[in-house]
Design a protein around this ligand. Sequence first.
Ligand code: SF4
Length: 386
Amino acid sequence: MKYFSVPADFKTETIDRYEILNNTYDDSRVIESYGNITVRNGFESGRSVEQLPEVDWYELENYIAYSKQKNIDFNYTINSSYMQNKEFTENGILKIKTFLKRLYEIGVDSLTVALPSLIELIKSTNYNFKIKASVICQITNANKAMSFKKMGAARMVVDESMNRNFKVLERIKNVFGDYVEIIVNPICFKDCIYRMFHYNQISGDSIEVSSQASIEYYPHRCVLKRYENTGNLLKLNWVRPEDINYYSNIGICHFKLQGRHTVLKGDPVRAVECYAKESYDGDLMELLDLFDPTTSFRVSIDNKKLDGFIKPYYENENFCKNDCSGCNYCESFAQKCIDHEKANEVIQLAVQFYNDYDRFKEMIAAINPAKVDNLSEEKMDIGFDL
Ligand code: SF4
């Protein structure tokens, strides 16, 4: 059996489509959608507010009630890596507990959480929320999984970087139990140095965006990193619908689709159906973006030509050593499934665009030595006298 957790667009029509999927596929079930309010929201999550559907309390309550009628749960995301330390002040705790009470009263019974301090706080209440440890917890091994389990997490999402390390996944499953979930459509670079810092930036921008430079910096650096060579696209930790059986074989049956930022223009239902069918004939990158047509500079990968790509990872525990300087596996496989002429055209345009429109670099350059010298004439609190 395959269980899916999907990003909410907060539309009842979409819940109706998930219900049809649930009635069509005997071995697949959409068990929940997830998301958070964006109107009058005081609590951080794992997505920038500007990327999310506009949802207030009233709409959320109605959506949850409708979903439950269709036997689909809702999981509320309160999974930032930083909450301005609200949880360490009495006033902050009061606000968090009041917020949790409201969530409980409108029908929320499960939460996705990242901060251990917030998990402890939630467990101290009487609301009996089921807690899912977020991917932001960066659970990369059995010991970390066990720690979150002891803390009270009933479900957990594995760090995406482990998606192709089947022995690690198996060990995590063995200690944590059945409720281990993996994200099937990550678009993050495998060994990305930006990951933790991107999570923190998102936390800061999840209620109110600080600047355009902030919301562009990590996604644009991510594209530039990916496009250093086409083989990098095969190192994004995605799971093809055809390869789901490798995960079922080791007892993993919970799968999450990320992409809350794509739900309004994309088609998450179509994406889930590909995973339910375990087959998809088309461009893998479109599937990973949940068929959002607005994604720019997309390089196509012929999904069917990736047959067999994941097999050596499954068969050999140490197949990927995370040292591409001595291994050409992904790059040579990319030759078979990517049209390199077309890909290079897209890559050149993307690199030029992101280098030409780099607001962070522009802002750094704008604060020139003359401005720094003139600071003494301005009143700025920088912690020392000028
Ligand atoms: S080390 Fe080899 S298998 Fe691992 S990501 Fe690099 S090229 Fe791919």
